[in-house]
Design a protein around this ligand. Structure first.
Ligand code: ADP
Ligand code: GLC
Length: 484
């Protein structure tokens, strides 16, 4: 049975990316297309997208559309560009007034409008294309008003009568809250009663909350996180709303796009490896050490990190534990990331305090991210919360042992190594404190000193399969249940 799926996401790799949402929206599209479904991925045509590399062709019938967003009017055109490594198409909503900004996301006063307009544009495109998707799959707060629009703004349109909605929560920490003074931007008129009244009385409108209330199904990106977000500890204020929708909420672990992330054919690497050719990994480590001017001997373990520098990622735990471990043990450390100034400062100081042993590269660098995955011995992810996390799964495939905190998708994808049984793929710690991370780092270093255990743990991890072949099927099952 061929499904028609309209996917909407605020980022799509490799065109526009700040985090894992980009990898997931593209990879799920690729999977669904390859499985024979009619899937169309919509995303904004940000000005930062390299139009030389990704040529954009205008889609006939979808040019210069007038799209109303409450009292605001925008002229929008739809472009398409082929998806690398797939015959699926991406539909890009072009509107320079909204998407020509220095960054994908902004703190501008019209931030909510940028994504309300995007959401409205997707409905307008479906109507113009006379395309009635069976599934409207929205992601995170940016597109979370789609389920409510389906029920409250397009309920007159018979072409959406059979459409069911799915909201995937990738990051509950970002909810897109805006002032209720902008209520007219939703253009719900007499249907304003559909809005969350308590929030309105408090003067705010929370897009993510409305997605949770009105989507036919809600997913998040790991089974453990699906349980976590209904608790006070992890719900970020939405736990009651999530509990009320309990039976509609499930967790589906993200897949990995092994076309992009596999040491057997990684296009950023000069040489490739698999579990039988780990000497190549050691050579790549030497090259990376030279390139980064790290002065540790070849036998000294190298730990890596690639991350948005946000409190979510548990960088606070590194303030004390990492210098402590560096002080006492042989270890090199490379970190790539950007974000909160306080974290950038701490990592810069770490580099200054341990010259030749620590390198911090501030910024976003896809190529270096692949090199870090390939060349390091260990990968550090001490997250405060982690809906899924992709880097630990990439690390497993590259034979780079993940050191993770037991939360969300980290708990669902990394199994603590047990030297007695030889089972396990990484180092997993429970508590969110410096001592726990320090224990994790020391345990990893102890195991590194026992080559048989280390080799076994590396091999266990490299054999794990988190491909979209498996995870994508779970979305298809969900879609089918919804339209049955
Ligand atoms: P999140 O979406 O919360 O940032 P994920 O682990 O799901 O976390 O995904 C992060 C993705 O972004 C990975 O593909 C990772 O390699 C990439 N990434 C994060 N920071 C950087 C950076 N500074 N440079 C290159 N890639 C990065
Ligand atoms: C989010 C989460 C991350 C997840 C990604 C893709 O940004 O922080 O854990 O892997 O989305 O779903």
């Amino acid at each position: 049975m061929t499904l028609t799926v309209c996917l909407m996401a605020s980022e799509a790799a490799p065109l526009s990316k700040t985090g894992g949402l980009a990898d997931v929206s593209s990879a799920l599209t690729k999977y669904l297309h390859a499985a024979g479904h009619d899937v169309r991925l919509f995303t904004p045509a940000y000005s930062s997208i390299d139009r030389g590399k990704f040529p954009m062709l205008p889609v006939e019938g979808l040019q210069n559309m007038d799209v109303a967003v409450g009292p605001h009017r925008y002229v929008m055109s739809v472009m398409t560009t082929p998806m690398p490594g797939s015959a699926a198409s991406i539909y890009l909503i072009d509107c320079p007034a909204l998407y020509s900004r220095a960054t994908l996301y902004t703190a501008d006063p019209d931030e909510h409008l940028r994504f309300l307009a995007f959401t409205r544009a997707v409905f307008a495109c479906c109507q113009r294309m006379q395309w009635s998707p069976q599934i409207l799959h929205c992601n995170d707060w940016h597109t979370a008003f789609a389920p409510l629009f389906l029920k409250g703004a397009y309920d007159w349109d018979r072409s959406f009568a059979g459409t069911r909605s799915v909201l995937t929560i990738h990051n509950i920490g970002y909810q897109g809250v805006f002032s209720s003074a902008s209520i007219e931007d939703l253009a719900l008129g007499p249907k304003n009663y559909l809005l969350h009244q308590e929030d309105l009385r408090g003067g705010r409108i929370n897009p993510l909350r409305h997605g949770i209330i009105y989507a036919d199904a809600i997913t998040t990106v790991s089974p453990t996180h699906a349980r976590e977000i209904s608790t006070d500890q992890y719900g970020m204020g939405l736990q009651d709303t999530l509990r009320a929708r309990g039976s509609a909420l499930t967790g589906i672990l993200n897949g990995v796009d092994y076309d992009e992330w596999d040491p057997r054919h990684d296009h950023y690497l000069p040489k490739h490896f698999d579990p039988g050719t780990l000497e190549v990994k050691a050579q790549l480590k030497q090259q990376l050490l030279q390139r980064l001017k790290l002065e540790i001997p070849p036998a000294t373990p190298l730990a890596g990190m690639v991350s948005r520098l946000a409190s979510q990622k548990g960088i606070d735990l590194m303030f004390e534990s990492v210098p402590q471990v560096l002080e006492w043990r042989d270890l090199g450390f490379v970190a790539l990331g950007s974000g909160d100034a306080q974290y950038e400062k701490v990592l810069t100081e770490l580099q200054q305090n341990f010259p030749g042993r620590v390198v911090f590269r501030r910024g976003y660098d896809d190529e270096l991210a692949h090199w870090i995955e390939a060349a390091c011995d260990m990968f550090v992810m001490p997250s405060l919360y982690e809906p899924c996390g992709l880097n630990q799964m990439y690390s497993l495939r590259y034979g780079t042992v993940p050191i993770v905190r037991k939360t969300g998708g980290l708990a669902d994808s990394v199994e603590n190594y047990d030297p007695v049984t030889g089972h396990g793929t990484g180092i997993v710690f429970n508590d969110f404190d410096s001592e726990a991370l320090e224990w994790g780092l020391n345990t990893a270093l102890d195991l590194y000193a026992e080559p048989e255990h280390w080799a076994r743990m590396v091999r266990n991890g490299m054999q794990r399969d988190f491909s979209w072949q498996r995870q994508g099927g779970l979305y298809v099952d969900l879609y089918k249940r919804l339209i049955a």
